[in-house]
Design a protein around this ligand. Sequence first.
Ligand code: NAD
Length: 250
Amino acid sequence: MGYFTDKAILVTGGATGIGRETSKAIAAAGAAVMIGDKDDRAGETVEIIKQAGGTAEFLPTDVTSAEQVNRLVAHCVERFGRMDGAFNNAGVLPPQRPIHEVSEDELDLAIDVDFKGVFFAMQAEIRHFLSVGGGAIVNTASVGALIADPNMAAYCAMKHAVAGLTKAAAVEYAQAGIRVNAIAPGFVVTPMTQHWADSTEFTDMFFQHNISGRCAQPEEMAGTVKHLLSDDASFVNGAVWTIDGGQTAH
Ligand SMILES: NC(=O)c1ccc[n+]([C@@H]2O[C@H](COP(=O)([O-])OP(=O)(O)OC[C@H]3O[C@@H](n4cnc5c(N)ncnc54)[C@H](O)[C@@H]3O)[C@@H](O)[C@H]2O)c1
């Protein structure tokens, strides 16, 4: 029996990076995985999962649309007969510039995807969990929810908002059997951060200040997400867990 046998879990942003690797890990642990993403490479994630003997589906979804996210939750329940947990992971890193140079469009991108995308997903998931007596939600925040880096103000502000939203939802719905937690990854090599990983100047500077002396691979996020979604974490609620190799401890 796997960790999530007979369970169904929804993942947003499962086309690449952390979402893809976590979807694979959740499926390998027995769950049926419903992926919502606006990138068709989510179909590749589904194929990888199926070839490994798992169950997964992809519904093209833009998380900035409440209507599309509602449809995603309904589709998960319709196709798999249930939804036990959700990993709200879709996100974007807008172009990096100092605050006085950020355009309104770039600001809106961060607000729409990194904040409203998580908010809309949680609304739809919570409505379902209230109707079935509970569930578990994990949001992807960032170390940018705890500290700030230069030229990433809108991203940092929206990730701080995700941490606040996580705690607010935990407080509102604990009595309804819904747990809401977040992960706060440090530097993980994914399509979002490949430009940093490819820059020796950046990595030399970063590794000097990170006690692990390296960045993470996306699959290193999956174990914590699985744990937080599972009953093993039954008393973890409203938490924002860093997965940063000690970056913010230093
Ligand atoms: N890579 C890192 O170092 C790092 C660090 C901290 C937090 N994060 C967060 O991790 C999450 C995953 O990012 P990643 O690093 O795997 O990058 P990624 O670019 O590989 O993954 C982001 C995913 O979100 C999807 N997405 C973007 N906008 C969307 C939209 N409007 N609707 C639906 N899906 C959308 C993308 O298609 C992609 O599949 C993000 O929330 C990101 O902010 C990443």
